[in-house]
Ligand binder design. Structure first.
Ligand code: C2E
Ligand code: CA
Ligand code: CA
Ligand code: CA
Length: 277
């Protein structure tokens, strides 16, 4: 029994080592990626349901390897969070979006930026320096919408909430992302003042065939309305979903039905078509 235990231990540690050396490799590559400017932002339009106009987009990161292959965030964000590199990557994302906003001379257009809880919880991240950069860039602060998830509430830290307040007092907007999936959705709404909630795509997927999803989405929309929050449905793929969401009074929709995430240039083309036709 004892030797059995030893060998289990051996395999266990070996598996951990493989995992951590893999992590180390990705972490090194992430650091290089920042220097080599291998990250890119793509933008997915967010459509106003009342008139079909595009005034917003969510920025989403991509990693273009030297081989040309494009890595999705699910392949590297977790490792970036665990190694703390998310702070530098997040600063890069922020600057990139700020420049993008400067290139769009239309004060009604806003861009959403995903912030990871690990980023806000790091003392290396400075909300004050973001605030200063927004002022230097002469961008209306409400053109930046920060998307945070409910998991951020897990930190329950003064650091996180004070950073959010600095950015809110500066005029930036906040969106509660993946709404309905966390363990403390309602507590998040109680503790912080959000401007938008984004209803997670898992509730939207079957909306047109599942009466239970329909009840859940109506309840979320009613609650948002009661709190004075705007609503965005994520992962909208079909015309039936669009029809239902409109009927139910959802404000905005985002998903493949309208567009996949596109390059900065493509998004600007879509903007000018949507707003001048
Ligand atoms: P998220 O914030 O929930 O982003 C929405 C995800 O849904 C995106 O995946 C988007 O491409 C995908 N999506 C959009 N429309 C549809 C649709 O109609 N159907 C389906 N099935 N999916 C749709 P993506 O780009 O792979 O991003 C995954 C996650 O990575 C994001 O989830 C976000 O949590 C994280 N992420 C992305 N960019 C950043 C970033 O710049 N910083 C940080 N910290 N996290 C990021
Ligand atoms: Ca998001
Ligand atoms: Ca989401
Ligand atoms: Ca998500």
């Amino acid at each position: 029994a004892k030797s059995q235990g030893t060998s289990n231990y051996y395999f266990f540690t070996q598996a951990l080592q493989i995992k951590s050396s893999y992590r180390l490799k990705i972490a090194t590559e992430l650091r290089e990626a920042l220097q080599l400017q291998q990250f890119e932002m793509v933008y997915q339009p967010i459509v106003r349901l009342s008139d079909g106009r595009i005034l917003h987009a969510e920025s989403l990161i991509r990693w273009r390897l030297s081989s040309g292959e494009i890595l999705m965030p699910s392949n590297f964000i977790t490792i970036a969070e665990e190694t703390g590199l998310i702070v530098e990557i997040g600063d890069w994302v922020f600057n990139e979006v700020l420049h993008f906003l400067q290139s769009i001379a239309h004060d009604d257009v806003s861009i959403a930026v995903n912030i990871s809880p690990a980023q806000l919880n790091s003392p290396k991240h400075s909300a004050l320096s973001w605030h200063e950069k927004i002022q230097e860039a002469k961008i209306l602060p409400r053109r930046l919408v920060f998307e945070v998830t409910e998991s951020m509430m897990m930190f329950k830290s003064h650091l996180v909430s004070s950073k959010i307040k600095i950015l809110q007092q500066g005029g930036c907007l906040f969106s509660l992302d993946d709404f309905g999936t966390g363990y403390s959705s309602l507590a998040s709404l109680k503790n912080l003042e959000f401007d938008f909630i984004k209803i997670d795509l898992q509730f939207i997927k079957e909306l047109h065939r599942d009466a239970r999803d329909k009840s859940l989405v109506s309840a979320m929309l009613a609650m948002a309305k009661g709190l004075g929050l705007q609503t965005i449905a994520e992962g909208v793929e079909t015309v039936e979903q669009v029809r239902l969401l409109k009927e139910m009074g959802c404000d905005f929709a985002q998903g493949y039905y309208y567009s996949k995430p596109v390059s900065a240039e493509e998004f600007k083309d879509m903007l000018s078509k949507s707003n001048h036709d």
